[in-house]
Design a protein around this ligand. Structure first.
Ligand SMILES: [Zn+2]
Length: 433
């Protein structure tokens, strides 16, 4: 017996539900994809905003269209629901931006509670309005959210308790002011636990979500947690070794090099990613290099993303993951990541230059409109000690760092929110005294 031929109405209802599920899923995936921009302090390209807005409008229009015209209650309910839900999902990323309104932060801090709070509201509204398409929208959206919370909860079981060092504790206590308990509660720092009257950190691991270091470091002015530093180190060493095995000239760059040089072979206390640059000979195609690199790193249990020729290759400490889960990582407030930036040696204004597409610090522009430094500043690379291991660095790290940052020996709290930078500086200066 065929249900659809028995009752054409059932067939239409099933079709409606399938379309709602597909439309919402597409909007959700598109939205996750654009969150990568605010999470990396970049503006969202206009065309991506337009696409996501269109997909939302399509959801609302489909949910409120009926044979008799427009179902206004469903239009209002689906519109409000989608906007509110997307605000909650996007808040952790948007709240990271300099000068973001405090409302983003409140939403981000309480996103899990807000999703759970939505549950009774949609049940009552869905029952009251009795629209099949609206209920399908509520159902699929809340189902995805509950799945996300459940996965988060399960992954958090893989956190490992570890002590905080004295400097990290001093920074924490200074930023907390008088009352540590209030500070922890206010900012929902769930990794901090009191155990045996001592403060411990529930550290991230390969299978847990990363600690929200972008928030803790850049907004609260805390040190990078010990777990994240350890993972950044592992990732840095693994890539340095792999590039060495592949005979690809490379060097630690940016903040990573700055730490190795200025902090006597340590990371900056607020390190949030690793910068490594590499040079490709003209005979090696970038695609061939990326394929080999991806193959090897995936075997080592790291996730690789290659967003395009003019962007860095991103390498994550997280295990290689399924496509959708990879996108959902944009809901986290950080990641343990290496930015691997490609260079080629070119002739620019009659000089040999190590050229890259992405501007770093105060590099000068090359003849082709890209950026670079004289090749002899980098090549042949040398080695520098970083956390007890020799890693590859530019030939003249001092000149290179001066080109990037000017007088780099002075500490500049660029990534820390202005208000907390001041208190942060006091801890470090007291430490040096
Ligand atoms: Zn961590």
């Amino acid at each position: 017996m065929n249900l659809f031929s028995e009752s054409p109405l059932v067939g239409f209802i099933v079709l409606d539900i399938v379309i709602v599920v597909l439309l919402y899923s597409a909007a959700y995936v598109g939205y996750l994809a654009i969150l990568r921009h605010p999470r990396n302090w970049r503006p969202i390209p206009a065309w991506e905003k337009v696409l996501v807005t269109l997909s939302l409008i399509l959801n609302v229009v489909f949910c409120s269209a009926s044979a008799t015209g427009v179902d206004f209650p469903a239009l209002v309910a689906s519109g409000i629901f989608l906007v509110f839900l997307l605000l909650i999902i996007g808040a952790p990323a948007f709240a990271l931006n300099q000068g973001a309104p405090i409302q983003w932060e409140v939403l981000a801090r309480h996103s899990d509670r807000l999703v759970l709070g939505l549950l009774p509201v949609v049940i009552i509204t869905g029952y009251w309005l009795a629209s099949i398409k609206l209920n399908a929208l509520f159902g699929i959206a809340i189902f995805i959210e509950l799945l996300w919370l459940l996965r988060l909860h399960r992954a958090n079981q893989f956190r490992i308790q570890q002590p905080l060092n004295e400097h990290s504790l001093a920074v924490l206590q200074t930023q907390a002011g008088d009352n540590l308990e209030v500070f922890i509660r206010k900012h929902r720092i769930r990794e901090l636990v009191r155990y045996d009257d001592e403060i411990h950190w529930m550290g991230c691991s390969k299978h847990s979500p990363p600690c929200p270091i972008n928030y803790y470091v850049n907004k609260l002015g805390l040190n990078t947690p010990p777990c994240c530093l350890e993972h950044l180190k592992d990732l840095c060493f693994a890539i340095d070794q792999l590039l060495m095995d592949m005979a690809i000239p490379h060097w630690i760059d940016g903040g990573t090099l700055l730490g190795a040089v200025r902090e006597d072979g340590h990371f900056l206390a607020w390190e949030d990613d690793i910068d490594i640059s590499f040079m490709l000979e003209d005979s090696i195609s970038r695609d061939a290099f990326v394929s080999e690199l991806t193959f090897k790193l995936t075997q080592h249990g790291y996730m690789v993303r290659n967003p395009g020729e003019y962007k860095p290759i991103y390498i994550y400490y997280t295990p290689p993951t399924r496509w959708l889960y990879g996108l959902e990582q944009h809901r986290y407030r950080s990641e343990i990541r290496v930015d691997l930036v490609g260079n080629r040696v070119v002739k620019s204004y009659g000089q040999k230059v190590m050229e890259r597409s992405l501007l770093k610090g105060a590099m000068s522009q090359t003849e082709s409109g890209r950026y670079g430094v004289p090749v002899e500043m980098i090549m042949p690379t040398r080695e520098i000690e970083l956390l007890g291991k020799m890693v590859s660095c530019p030939r003249d790290s001092d000149a290179y760092l001066r080109t990037l940052y000017g007088n780099y020996t002075e500490v500049d709290y660029t990534y820390v929110d202005k208000e907390v930078a001041h208190t942060r500086r006091n801890v470090d200066e007291a430490d040096d005294a």
